[in-house]
Design a protein around this ligand. Structure first.
Ligand code: ZN
Length: 89
């Protein structure tokens, strides 16, 4: 399964590089794959819920921009808006 996941991520990166999906779509697809079809916050591992302001989806920089983190796919992940904000403090 682990090898399959790496292959899947490689295919999705090619799909992104070809311009068929955007960065947000890439992150959502990889997240859905990782968490068995439930869009999930990578910080608290609870589901994303677009009807709840705190649990709405945001894109988190693993290495924050303030510490020199870039916008490359490998530095980005899905997180609740609230979890993302709390992490920045
Ligand atoms: Zn969260």
């Amino acid at each position: 399964m682990f090898i399959f996941r790496n292959k899947f991520i490689r295919i999705m990166k090619l799909t992104f590089n070809n311009g068929w999906i955007n960065k947000k779509e890439y992150l959502m697809i990889v997240n859905l794959f990782k968490y068995n079809g439930v869009l999930t916050c990578e910080l608290c591992k609870e589901p994303i819920n677009s009807n709840n302001d705190n649990r709405r989806m945001s894109i988190d920089h693993i290495i924050p921009k303030t510490l020199g983190g870039n916008g490359n796919l490998d530095n980005l992940r899905i997180a609740h808006r609230k979890c993302n904000c709390e992490r920045r403090r």
